[in-house]
Design a binder for this molecule. Structure first.
Ligand code: IMP
Ligand code: MG
Length: 182
């Protein structure tokens, strides 16, 4: 039992972009920044399902401030609506965010359409404050202007898998981030 992927999924062909160590180190730094910036507060972390789940779970375990957690799920817009940027909410928050310090937790900013929509949507619910933390950012792919408040890594325009990010629902379980070249 040396290779726990043996016979199940073969990941050796995928180049490692960020090692587990790189990611864990950066997530700790991000948690320190958030613990400092939100000192004395109790922010509500809203993770975008499903990709951000692994990042959220590592992030909150490194925070020294109290937090609440909630989840939101949105439809991927697909080709038909990509230009309009219309995103549909598949699962909404369980609670009102009025007056709360809301921090959207996302895995990656790509075109920017999802976060652009979420910031507008959640922003209309009168939160006390609203910011975005993303593990990854692919600025080369933007279709709309969008700048996250906190970002772990800026990465090149390549399709990545692992650490919560999937390809056809596969590979979310990888502890590192790899490149899937088609
Ligand atoms: P957007 O294009 O900024 O709206 O990003 C939408 C979603 O696409 C992200 O939240 C990810 O779930 C997904 N995505 C974008 N780039 C990648 C990638 O390289 N690998 C896996 N998922 C991706
Ligand atoms: Mg996502």
């Amino acid at each position: 039992m040396t290779d726990h992927y043996a016979g199940e999924i073969n990941i050796d062909e995928f180049e490692v972009l960020l090692s587990e160590e790189d990611i864990q180190k950066r997530v700790k730094e991000m948690a320190e920044a958030l613990s400092s910036d939100y000192h004395g507060k109790r922010p509500l972390l809203v993770a975008v399902l499903k990709g951000a789940v692994i990042f959220l779970s590592d992030l909150i375990r490194n925070l020294t401030i109290p937090v609440e957690v909630d989840f939101i799920a949105v439809s991927s817009y697909g080709h038909a609506t990509a230009s309009s940027g219309v995103v549909r909410i598949l699962k909404d928050l369980e609670q009102s965010i009025q007056g709360k310090d809301v921090l959207i937790v996302e895995d990656i900013v790509d075109t920017g359409l999802t976060l652009n929509y979420l910031v507008e949507n959640l922003g209309s619910r009168q939160p006390g404050s609203l910011k975005v933390v993303t593990l990854l950012d692919k600025p080369d792919r933007r279709k709309v202007e969008f700048e996250p408040d906190y970002c772990g890594f800026i990465i090149p325009d390549r399709f990545v898998i692992g650490y919560g990010l999937d390809f056809g629902e596969d590979y979310r379980q990888l502890p590192d981030l790899r490149v899937l070249d088609e």
